[in-house]
Design a binder for this molecule. Structure first.
Ligand code: ADP
Length: 797
């Protein structure tokens, strides 16, 4: 391979000689770039032919011709793929790395490649120097000055130019050199650069460069404008935020309402809620506190919750308050079977209420006389709640019910102070909010289950809520403002009266719900519960049939209760199964009969009390009163040889234990008359047991039943199985009055007893007992134990 270079390296001073001649120089193609004479650039070569060309150049005269490819994609260009005009350049420095060469190249002069004497292993070109045409004059000077100024302008607008190159250009170059230097920094396409390179006439070149530069300047100006605008926008939003913050601070200082939408809405709600003046003032004060608070202050959420409560309470919302007595009677009758006395009492109560309302003048007086609150007392499932609902319906008012069972804490009624985390108003205010009106029928369930302990006495708070004299300004700890409860129709319910605190009990107008007889249950079941449950299970009366006998069987064999709650449950259980079959596609009418009842409800749960009993020695039947209504209980006495000990089992309370002792003492004092041996008690141990041992029992009313069982055990005379008895016994054998007669009699009737022995003084209590019950039972009213024994024992003593 020969490289014919008849000149010295121009860089080392032989350039002038070189320029005059033709020479043969290695050629390195450039994919998409042009290097202008006089400019310097670091280029990276990777193609084998280019590497060979550069290396050869570097090791000889350091001269190489760089020429652009016509198409950038050709990877192994042949002479035809290359432009004819390129730049002779010197390889100033070279750095070889892994398969690549980085070379600092400096353009020298434009050349034309006349031919390629060699193409392998790299291109060698025979080149002819191209000279620029230049006519010196004002025009070209002006053009040059203009170009320098334009470039300066472009740089000022943000054009990226190497600092040294820029300084060089600014230092005042010859027009031709200036043209090349500026052409090197123009942002134009490679092909456009090639065109520039090929232009011989310097003036022409300068003019074209001026055009390109002007274009660039324009674009830079537009870009700048855009970025300015963006900046402006950005600045504006920062400014607004800052101003808004400042506004807030100012408003805070002035204590004015914030422009926050939510706050405005709250303010609006406060105005619309119809609060009394002082409440509204309080709400507004809280709102302005809220507005002034930093949004991340945790207290804001408390204040907001508080304000929500205030605005959502029905300060003025009320149901129309027209009491139509006839209508009320009709509705009560529509919803409930029987309960006539109760309905009557309720109607009377409503009538008084109506009169009070009609005659506002006397209202104050009537209020002052004896404000009372209704209290429905009775076992579960007797219709207390549903009567309450009917009253609400009759009065066209909303109904709410809260359960007070197990409440020990005053705060449950009156709310927690707001300083507590998670504080809420008490149940009364919660109930009012739930009702959405300030005159609902408000049922307080299980008032007898309220207890007091170290957390305060809930009943005191209850009294304040219930008492018509105080409740026009009921104070809830959470609300901090009074709420008027005087239009609320409170009804309380309880199972027992004894445990209600006296102060509260004093205010209650108690209406007793004694429990239902079997006959009443049957009517309730047939006329109400069955219909209700058919509807509740989306059935039609054409799909199911349940006759009267079936219903009676359910009452007798599947329930034992004073109310009808379990009865309703059992009926529901039947219809659930029926509904399932209907849903499965069963087309015929399903008949529920006494015979197939077990299929729906399983085996009978209760057998008749007395069916398998016989007249027994040492066993009597007492009548008991429980929270769940009346019941009968058996008293068993066993005698064993011993030393006169008395054992009592079956979870008997103190009063009942004392009854046992009194009964025993009575018998000892009557030993002779009863035909018992002297000091009989010293040789025996007596065990009194009352079955269903898990259920606690107490009270004096089993006295005569215990005495009867004891006497029977001692005298070996059986007690008649159909006799039930109730009455307290004294040491001398007197029989004293007891309570709960109605419930007891109904239970005795349910259990199938025939004869009832009860204290003479309780005769008056039979008044309220349904006629059909009285008809089925025989009553003996006694004053002394001797009479009891006479009636109850099989044989006269
Ligand atoms: P309580 O509140 O006394 O525990 P509920 O009012 O919940 O009892 O009554 C239980 C179910 O018995 C309710 O479905 C109720 O409608 C029904 N009920 C109770 N008594 C009667 C009645 N006399 N007439 C019609 N349905 C009654």
């Amino acid at each position: 391979m020969t490289i014919l270079l008849d000149s010295k390296n121009p860089a080392s001073g032989g350039q002038t000689d070189f320029l005059k001649r033709e020479a043969i120089v290695p050629v390195a193609p450039l994919r998409d770039g042009v290097i202008f004479p006089g400019t310097e650039m670091v280029l990276t070569f990777g193609r084998p032919k280019s590497l060979a060309a550069i290396e050869t150049a570097f090791s000889h005269e350091k001269l190489v011709v760089l020429v652009m490819q016509k198409g950038a994609n050709v990877s192994e260009p042949v002479p035809d793929d290359l432009y004819k005009i390129g730049t002779l350049a010197s390889v100033e420095r070279m750095l070889k790395t892994d398969g690549e060469i980085n070379a600092l190249i400096k353009g020298i002069v434009r050349v034309e490649i006349v031919e390629y004497p060699q193409t392998e292993p790299f291109l060698l070109g025979k080149v002819k120097t191209l000279f620029d045409e230049i006519e010196i004059g004002d025009e070209i000077t002006a053009l040059s000055n203009h170009l320098s100024a334009e470039l300066k302008k472009a740089v000022n607008l943000g054009k990226q130019v190497d600092f040294l190159v820029f300084m060089n250009i600014m230092s005042g170059l010859e027009p031709a050199e200036l043209a090349n230097q500026i052409a090197g920094v123009l942002e134009i396409k490679p092909a456009e650069k090639q065109t520039l390179l090929e232009i011989k006439n310097v003036k022409e070149k300068l003019a074209i460069i001026a055009d390109y530069l002007a274009h660039e300047v324009k674009i830079l100006e537009i870009e700048k404008k855009i970025s300015n605008k963006t900046q402006e926008k950005f600045d504006k939003s920062i400014r607004e935020t800052v101003l808004r913050e400042r506004l807030k601070t100012i408003e805070k200082e002035l204590g004015e309402e914030g422009e926050n939408k939510e706050m405005r809405e709250l303010n609006e709600k406060i105005k619309k809620a119809g609060m009394p003046k002082e409440v509204q003032e309080k709400a507004e004060k809280e709102l302005s506190r809220l507005v002034q608070m930093a949004p991340f202050n945790p207290e804001t959420s408390y204040i907001r919750a508080y304000l929500d409560w205030l605005v959502e309470l029905p300060w003025v919302t009320a149901s129309s308050n027209n009491v139509d007595i006839k209508m009320a009677q009709k509705i009560l009758d529509e919803d409930h079977f029987g309960l006539n006395k109760i309905k009557e009492r309720i109607i009377e109560y409503l009538a008084v209420m109506k009169l009070k309302k009609n005659n506002q003048l006397t209202a104050a007086k009537t209020k002052a006389v004896s404000p009372t609150i209704l209290c429905f007392a009775g076992p579960p499932g007797v219709g207390k709640t549903s009567i309450g609902k009917s009253i609400a319906r009759a009065l066209n008012r909303k109904f709410v019910k809260i359960s007070l069972g197990g409440i020990r804490d005053e705060a449950e009624i009156r709310g927690h102070r707001r300083t507590y985390v998670g504080a809420l108003p008490g149940r009364i205010i919660q109930g009012i909010k739930q009702a959405g009106t300030h005159n609902p029928v408000f049922m307080l369930d299980e008032i007898d289950k309220v207890g007091a302990d170290f957390r305060g006495d809930p009943s005191a708070a209850l009294l304040e809520a219930l008492d018509p004299e105080q409740n026009h300004a009921f104070s809830d700890h959470y609300l901090e403002v009074p709420f008027d409860l005087s239009d609320v129709f409170f009804i309380t319910t309880c199972n027992v009266l004894d445990t209600i605190p006296p102060a509260l009990k004093d205010r209650l107008e108690v209406i007793h719900f004694p429990g239902y007889t079997e006959d009443e249950k049957f009517h309730i079941g047939r006329d109400f519960l069955v219909k209700k449950q058919i509807e509740a299970h989306a059935l039609k009366s054409s799909q199911v049939e349940m006759n009267d006998t079936t219903l009676k069987t359910i009452i007798q064999s599947y329930t034992r209760e004073a109310g009808v709650r379990n009865l309703e449950r059992e009926i529901a259980a039947i219809f659930r199964k029926v509904a399932k079959r209907v849903a499965e596609g069963y087309k015929k009418k399903i008949k529920v009969s006494a015979k197939n009842l077990a299929k729906f409800l399983g085996p009978a749960k209760f057998t008749a009390y007395l069916a398998e009993k016989k007249d027994e020695i040492g066993m009597s039947t007492g009548l008991a009163w429980t929270e769940a209504g009346g019941d009968i209980l058996f008293i068993e006495v066993a005698l064993m040889p011993g030393k006169g000990n008395l054992t009592l089992t079956g979870q008997l309370g103190d009063v009942m234990k004392e009854s046992c002792q009194a009964a025993l003492s009575y018998i000892r004092s009557r030993a002779e008359k009863l035909g018992l041996p002297e000091r009989f008690y010293q040789k025996i141990d007596v065990h009194v047991h009352v079955p269903e041992g898990a259920v606690p029992k107490d009270g004096p009313s089993a006295g005569i039943a215990i005495a009867t069982a004891l006497t029977s055990a001692l005298t070996k005379i059986p007690v008649k199985k159909e006799v039930g008895m109730t009455g307290e016994i004294t040491l001398r054998g007197r029989v004293l009055e007891i309570g709960g007669i109605k419930e007891k009699i109904i239970a005795a009737h349910r259990a199938g007893l025939k004869i009832i022995i009860m204290p003479e003084n309780n005769k008056k209590d039979l008044e309220d007992i349904p006629k059909n019950v009285l008809r089925d039972l025989k009553f003996f009213f006694v004053t002394h134990m001797d009479e009891v024994l006479k009636i109850a024992l099989k044989k006269n003593l």
